[in-house]
Write a protein that binds this ligand. Structure first.
Ligand code: C2E
Ligand code: MG
Ligand code: MG
Length: 631
């Protein structure tokens, strides 16, 4: 029975001894004893087999256990060697026990220096002395005291004088008799992740280029201001700011200069606003200001005026002196809108109005602006279909020479007979076409149509066609001119392109290059509406214009004896003469104006006095009657 490992030996021994015993009892005739000893031997044999089996099962289980614990320690070792995590353990008095190397490393100390030191002391830094724990550390100390388990607790710790973030989990440890025996848990350093998530949170709310709050933060601030205004029955406001002529700076001097300019604009904006306002960048050259308390209606106007004033001062960027202006649109909440979206949209509508009026002004939202915007939207919708529907026609206005009063050319002026809107003036739809770039196909049609019509006129009569900046900057523009000339068979010298000064504001070099290609074909270029734009005389020397057209406002002024108008016309005529250009007086309506411009020395005259813009047939008949009269 003592040898459970060798059951076979036991069974054989009992068998031999049993058989001998039973046989001797049988010979001696003691049958009862023989049966008893046979039974005894049977019990011993089965007992030996059973104990042997138990012994084997225990052995197998034991070896299984050993294997398992090896796996566990292997896993633990791997975990310990892992990047960030470590195991920690403290006793009932919250002193560190069985310090693992990783934990010691995380604390920046040797394991011996840590063993049996108070856990909180090790991670509190100077706060241990002052007792002013950061709240997260306080929270940890409380949980340890209350013997509560915790998981993924974010704790601000001080290691070697440096602030770090640890994520700790822990559970109370019980000894064999179920009594509390300290804590055991895991921890990891999450400082990097936390810092990057802080950074992401910052980047999500601030604009990287200017450091100003971005659209998201402005929206939140406006929502908060609206809530406050609603609760206390006061008013808040939203102002939308757009820079005037910023695109010109960006297009001509490049994005780097543009970006620096935006940073300067932001500095000026932040210097203007008070605690009551929050200013931010909405994107591009658009900025916004949330006025938290706008109960004093004048306040918004005052801020708007200050913004326009400050942003319109010249900027020195990269050795360039830059001039940009600002347009502002504002809306009052909750009067003009009780949600962030409507308030922002309405401020945008007001801004749009300001832009429409030429910029540099502040406009307050009013409901009528909706109608205005709606009308524009409808107009745009129709304009997109106008070409297919053949709704454009050309009229021609004669230009006569100042001395002989003969027709020397016609200016082609486009007209839109819209099915939905009736006759729409080019003053209204050309800017819209420019904004939507529809001017490119429309202008192409005008060029082809005008050249075709001009071939019906005497060869001495030229045709002038107006071309927008948007058209000129289109890379296909020269090809469009070539196509119009070749399809109609018109001599290039009979085509004159009219441009305004505004083309030199946006992208002067591209515009100039395009015009030079047109001139190389043999066409001439006239400068339209002279004096109304930027009036920088510099480009008059650079470009070989054939004609300068003096704007009607100067003609009118000069006829009324306005000294400034007179001086301007005189100067233009003198300069044109010296540069071998001709001058055309625009918009001459009566005898007095004719006499004035003639006396001032303009070479050509255009205006209602000699003829209004007329249809193609009427224009053609002009030559018939002239030649008839001559004949
Ligand atoms: P613009 O090129 O300066 O054209 C002269 C404008 O003055 C025309 O107006 C003409 O009708 C008007 N006008 C001519 N004589 C007189 C006058 O004696 N008194 C007055 N009060 N006005 C006179 P319209 O046809 O309304 O055109 C306005 C502007 O629209 C044009 O100014 C031009 O800038 C633009 N435009 C017209 N057709 C086209 C075109 O085919 N393409 C482009 N890009 N612009 C065009
Ligand atoms: Mg013109
Ligand atoms: Mg003009």
């Amino acid at each position: 029975m003592l040898l459970p490992a060798v059951p076979l030996g036991t069974v054989l021994f009992t068998g031999v001894a049993g058989v001998a015993g039973v046989a001797s009892f049988l010979f001696s005739g003691q049958f009862i004893l023989a049966v008893i000893s046979a039974g005894y031997c049977g019990i011993v044999a089965t007992g030996a087999i059973a104990s042997a089996r138990n012994f084997l099962i225990t052995k197998v289980a034991e070896s299984g256990m050993a294997e398992k614990s090896e796996v566990v320690s292997l896993l633990l070792r791997e975990f310990e060697e892992g990047e960030a995590d470590w195991l920690w353990q403290i006793d009932t008095s919250r002193r560190i026990r069985s310090v693992s190397p990783r934990f010691a490393f995380a604390l920046g100390l040797d394991p011996e220096d840590i063993e049996s030191k108070p856990f909180i002391q090790m991670i509190a830094g100077p706060a241990w002395e002052t007792g002013q724990f950061p709240s997260s550390l306080h929270d940890l100390a409380e949980r340890l005291k209350r013997r509560e388990s915790f998981s993924n607790l974010l704790v601000r710790v001080t290691i070697g004088g440096q602030q770090r973030w640890w994520e700790l989990s822990g559970t109370p440890k019980l000894n064999d008799s179920g009594v509390f025996d300290g804590f055991r848990g895991v921890g990891s350093d999450v400082t990097e992740q936390r810092e990057s998530s802080d950074k992401i949170a910052y980047m999500a709310r601030y604009d990287t280029l200017t450091g100003l709050p971005n659209r998201m933060m402005l929206t939140e601030a406006l929502a908060e201001a609206l809530r406050y205004a609603d609760q206390w029955r006061t008013r808040c406001a939203f102002m939308m700011i757009d820079l005037d002529r910023f695109k010109a700076v960006n297009d001509t001097l490049g994005h780097l200069v543009g970006d620096q300019l935006l940073a300067r604009v932001s500095e000026r904006l932040t210097s203007i606003v008070s605690d009551n306002e929050l200013c931010g960048r909405l994107g591009g050259d658009e900025f916004g200001i949330v006025v938290r308390d706008a109960s004093d209606a004048d306040r918004v106007s005052r801020v708007a005026e200050a913004v326009i004033q400050a942003l319109s001062q010249p900027y020195e960027v990269d050795h360039h002196t830059l001039y940009v202006g600002a347009s502002v649109g504002s809306a009052l909440g909750p009067r003009d809108g009780n949600t962030v979206e409507t308030l922002m949209r309405n401020a945008d509508l007001a801004l749009y109005r300001s832009k429409d009026e030429g910029g540099g002004q502040h406009f307050v939202y009013e409901p009528a602006l909706h109608a205005h915007a709606e009308e524009r939207r409808k107009l745009e919708f129709s304009l997109r279909r106008a070409l297919e529907k053949n709704e454009f026609i050309l009229e021609y206005q004669p230009v006569v020479d100042a001395i002989g009063e003969n027709v020397v050319s016609f200016e082609a002026l486009v007209r839109w007979r819209s099915e939905e809107h009736g006759l729409v003036s080019p003053v209204k739809f050309i800017p819209l076409a420019e904004d939507t770039r529809l001017i490119v196909p429309i202008g192409d049609w005008v060029l082809h149509e005008a050249c075709r019509e001009a071939t019906r006129w005497p060869e001495t009569v030229r045709i002038a066609v107006n071309v927008s900046g948007e058209q000129l900057l289109d890379p296909n523009f020269p090809a469009s001119v070539v196509s119009a000339l070749s399809l109609s068979g018109l001599a290039p010298s009979r085509l004159e392109i009219e441009v305004t000064e505004s083309i030199f504001v946006r992208d002067a070099s591209t515009a100039q290059a395009a015009l030079e290609r047109i001139m190389a074909l043999g066409c001439s270029v006239a400068l339209d509406d002279f004096g109304t734009g930027y009036s920088s005389l510099g480009y008059l020397r650079k470009m070989r214009f054939s004609t300068i057209k003096v704007d009607r406002s100067f003609v009118q002024g000069a006829a009324q004896g306005n000294a400034e108008s007179l001086a301007i016309i005189r100067a233009v005529v003198a300069m044109a003469d010296s540069l071998e250009m001709t001058t055309t007086a625009e918009g001459v309506e009566n005898e007095a104006e004719l006499a004035t411009v003639r006396q001032l020395g303009c070479n050509k005259i255009q205006g209602f006095y000699f003829g209004r813009p007329m249809g193609a047939i009427e224009a053609g008949q002009l030559f018939h009657t002239v030649s008839y009269a001559r004949g």
